[in-house]
Design a protein around this ligand. Sequence first.
Ligand SMILES: CC(C)(COP(=O)(O)OP(=O)(O)OC[C@H]1O[C@@H](n2cnc3c(N)ncnc32)[C@H](O)[C@@H]1OP(=O)(O)O)[C@@H](O)C(=O)NCCC(=O)NCCS
Length: 164
Amino acid sequence: MTRPPFLVTALETGIHDRGRFDCGVPALNRYLREQVSQDIRRRVAACFVALDDSQRIAAYYTLASASVPLTGLPDDLRRKLPRYGAIPAIRMGRLAVDREFKGRGLGGALLVNAMRRAVAAEIPGAVMVVEAKDPQAAAFYRHHGFIDLRDAPLTLFLPLSSLR
Ligand SMILES: CC(C)(COP(=O)(O)OP(=O)(O)OC[C@H]1O[C@@H](n2cnc3c(N)ncnc32)[C@H](O)[C@@H]1OP(=O)(O)O)[C@@H](O)C(=O)NCCC(=O)NCCS
């Protein structure tokens, strides 16, 4: 991972300074500043932050449980799954790196961090699913092995069973 070494930990809303975070996407900045506490309180999402050695938030991501339609998955994967209408998934709802820390491997490292968490979770999800905010973000996820979900533009997934 990029220097300085980062600590990835659950966001503590009363402790970590969210006001300074700027990833260049106003909606993602606003979410961290204004909405995430409520989502955590309501158990709608969990939020993890990468802190640099001065405790500054360099990046964050959110996770939540979700489901994806079985018909969205490619045939070879579908054949290995039970014939439920939807299968359990872990959703990475948001991923954002502060402008000052971009392009140094932190986004990719957090993706791996999130996948590790998803694989280790006691309540399973068969895939990790992401909703890319635009084609550029979708390209980032494809670069890391994510596959387009059928009939769901900008929604991508990665099977988690193969990561074990
Ligand atoms: C997208 C984002 C998370 C990437 O974070 P980052 O720390 O700059 O990316 P990294 O330095 O970890 O890049 C890791 C790899 O992904 C590649 N990559 C980065 N952005 C890419 C893109 N848009 N398309 C394709 N590949 C991309 C890098 O070239 C690098 O490749 P390598 O490992 O083979 O060298 C960051 O730019 C960001 O916060 N953007 C604004 C918010 C956003 O778009 N979030 C996406 C989810 S909605």
